[in-house]
Ligand binder design. Structure first.
Ligand SMILES: [Zn+2]
Length: 383
């Protein structure tokens, strides 16, 4: 759908207003006009949910708003197939389950099989029929327990532990490289430059193909989410589902950025996390490594790492990062990105970051100075 934005009127605007009033982000349900105060409330909402903050209501913001209506206990929750129940109440439940040590998966607001299993386990332990659905009885049992925090965030601790146990070796690990955009008319950021037309989709595919070769040479199983010219555009959720079905150990998504101002430049890396402090510790670590290696090796402007709840980051079951490798709209970044030698440098940096994930060498080799061949030899020695 087209984004609903400042200046719009109509029933959809009234609906957005009433949800934001119920969330106490706005005080006046009238008028049904998207005015400045409404825009500020939308921004505050987006910020609180880790969404891109643009003050407009597009698909992703609308889904989050729609789900935000539900308070835990205000409806029956169960594992519904094929259309899973989603909403803020599901997320509250998932966070409670995690706090109590039940493995309900990432708090993704979707009542899936894993959440139902965690609820069933909880029900069994408190003496209720373990049917995996969340109704008044289970709510009562949950209330009775109060907020008994077991310490840490079990999901992230488990993810870190699983990662640690997988061993310091790239060989046999599965990595999915996701070149952003491509397919249909989704070329991402496009810059017409004289007779040449640079697109984000083509440049990130080139980077992905180079990275594929290097990672495969290091012994990893590598999959790309798309080819150079896919027929159909793919959503973040579809890309996440593909990586999940491959049982990948890591996912790295490659994008470029664009902005009206030519002054915006630099590299930024994103991992899963919410404003409330929940984040994927392994994903965050990978994001920091990727960001650091690229900044140190290329000297690109450091736009740092950020926690986001984008579909691709939220719905993947493995540590996932998305890296925006510079602004195609910045003359300085573009000049470098269209140079194949520079793209090779970026690939080298990402490869080193992946190596470091499995083989922590921070203590003996400073970031940026590591020669990937030396590292590979060191790895071979250890195994
Ligand atoms: Zn992009």
């Amino acid at each position: 759908m087209r984004s609903i934005r400042r200046g719009d009127t109509g029933p959809a605007v009234s609906e957005i207003r009433s949800i934001l009033v119920s969330l106490e982000l706005l005080t006046d349900p009238e008028p049904d006009l998207f005015d400045e105060r409404l825009e500020n409330a939308v921004r505050a909402f987006q910020q609180s949910r880790g969404l891109g903050v643009d003050g407009m209501v597009g698909d992703e913001t609308w889904r989050a708003l729609d789900g935000a209506r539900w308070r835990l206990g205000s409806r029956m929750l169960f594992h519904s197939v094929p259309d899973a129940l989603t909403g803020e109440d599901v997320r509250s439940l998932q966070e409670r389950m995690l706090e109590m040590g039940y493995d309900s998966g990432r708090p993704d607001s979707i009542y899936g099989a894993r959440t139902a299993r965690a609820v069933a386990q909880f029900q069994r332990e408190v003496g209720l029929t373990p049917d995996g659905s969340f109704g008044p009885q289970t709510m009562k049992a949950l209330r009775r327990l109060g907020r008994k925090v077991v310490g840490g965030r079990p999901q992230w601790l488990r993810e870190a532990e699983a990662f640690r146990q997988s061993g310091p070796n790239l060989v046999g690990k599965t990595i999915v490289i996701d070149p952003g955009h491509g397919g249909g008319d989704d070329a991402g950021v496009v810059v017409p430059d004289g007779p040449l037309r640079w697109t984000e989709a083509d440049l990130v595919f080139d980077l992905a193909a180079r990275l594929e070769g290097r990672l495969a040479a290091a012994g990893m199983r590598v999959h790309l989410t798309r080819g150079p010219q896919p027929a159909e555009a793919m959503s973040g959720a579809e890309r996440a589902a593909l990586a999940n079905s491959l049982g990948a150990d890591l996912l790295i998504s490659l994008h470029l950025d664009g902005q009206e101002s030519a002054a915006a430049e630099g590299v930024a890396t994103y991992h899963y996390g919410t404003g409330s402090g929940l984040s994927s510790t392994v994903g965050e670590r990978l994001a920091n490594l990727v960001q650091r290696e690229i900044v140190v090796r290329t000297g690109m402007h450091d736009c740092r790492t950020h926690a986001k709840t984008w579909d691709l980051l939220r719905l993947t079951r493995m540590p996932t990062v998305r890296v925006d490798l510079g602004y195609l709209t910045s003359p300085a970044d573009r000049e470098r990105l269209i140079n194949p030698m520079f793209r090779e440098q970026i690939v080298e940096a990402i490869l080193a970051a992946v190596q470091r994930m499995y083989f922590p060498v921070e203590r003996d080799v400073p970031t940026g100075s590591i020669d990937v061949r030396q590292l590979r030899m060191a790895l071979a020695d250890r195994t």
